[in-house]
Design a protein around this ligand. Structure first.
Ligand code: NAP
Length: 294
């Protein structure tokens, strides 16, 4: 199938590579053109604009930062919807508020195209391996159309309900993880006086009931950061964590839910971001907080 991918950040690039690996003809577009190069080297074609991407593909997947990015890429000049979108299927996999997803669905459907949201759990390695958790929101017929492609990207695909329900479920599953990075930072800070080597400290933590999968998977990365060495490429950035926490709070406010733990985590992540760590991995939050003094 001819599939377009718009947005070649950490996740979009991994998704495009996976789709090529399983045999699709993949075209790509990214605002910063240089990010397309590694995919072109392995056979992807590049579209000059989002409109051209949509014209040349049956299905277009978008994987972008937030609602503003979606607006720019779908409805901006030469956007996806300014070409010939009729009959095409658009699948948005970005993490956004439910209202953003439902507003976008209405705009896409008004052009005669179909829209499915499928935000995901899992980071770049599961995306590359087709092992994401997909949280699809769609009308039944559109879901059936998207399913064969999404099953090639996801180890578990849930049809949550109509568009908007997938967005809410994605924010919900991400919330404990974001709050936990702040909690680990505070925990490491009170353990600091023991003077343990980072490796011993992380080894203890991952052996306890307080360890979530995120900590287990990033324990080596955290040890590396605590030792002052380069942890390698960011998989999920502090900047995106700030964006997600703000979106969770907006979504909670719209539903009348008080979220004090989420609010506290946002304050911590915003502070880390204001200290120049926005591009760093979200797990750096724990290292930052552990080493700071009041
Ligand atoms: P990323 O590496 O920061 O990439 C963001 C992408 O959005 C880039 O392609 C960027 O283009 C594009 N973009 C941002 N603003 C734009 C604008 N105004 N116009 C056009 N393009 C714009 O982020 P990511 O980690 O791939 O995450 C993408 C989405 O997936 C986010 O919603 C994130 O919350 C979600 N997510 C991430 C993970 C993860 O582990 N990384 C896991 C699950 C879900 P440029 O390259 O030109 O900047």
């Amino acid at each position: 199938m001819k599939i377009g991918v718009a947005g070649l950040g950490a996740m979009g690039a991994a998704i495009a590579a996976r789709l090529m690996e399983v045999g699709h003809q993949v075209s790509v577009w990214n605002r910063s053109a240089d990010k397309a190069k590694p995919l072109v080297e392995v056979g992807a074609t590049v579209a000059a604009t989002p409109a051209a991407l949509a014209e040349g593909c049956d299905v277009v997947i978008t994987m972008l930062t937030d609602g503003a990015a979606l607006d720019a890429v779908y409805t901006g000049a030469n956007g996806l919807l300014s070409g010939k979108p009729q009959g095409r299927l658009f699948i948005d996999m970005s993490t956004v508020a439910p209202q953003v997803a439902t507003d976008l669905a209405a705009k896409v459907r008004a052009t005669g195209a179909a829209f499915v949201e499928c935000p995901v759990g899992g980071s770049t390695a599961p995306a590359r391996q087709g092992k994401l958790i997909g949280l699809m929101g769609a009308e039944p017929a559109d879901a059936a159309r998207a399913k064969p492609i999404l099953e090639q990207l996801c180890r578990r695909l849930e049809h949550c309900g109509p568009v908007g329900t997938g967005a809410a479920m994605k924010l919900a599953i991400n919330l404990p993880l974001m709050v936990a990075w702040q909690a680990y930072g505070e925990a490491f800070a009170i353990a600091r006086d023991a003077g343990w080597e980072p490796k011993r400290l992380l080894d203890l933590f991952v052996d306890t009931n307080g360890a979530n999968n995120g900590l287990k998977m990033r324990a080596d990365m955290i040890v590396t950061m605590m030792e002052g060495r380069d942890p390698g490429p960011t998989t999920f950035s502090v900047a995106n964590a700030v964006k997600d926490l703000r979106t969770m709070l907006e979504t909670g406010a719209a539903k009348g839910v008080a979220m004090p733990a989420t609010q506290a985590a946002l304050v911590g992540f915003e502070e880390a971001s204001s200290h120049g760590l926005g591009g760093g991995d979200g797990s750096r939050m724990a290292v930052y907080w552990a080493s700071k003094t009041k």
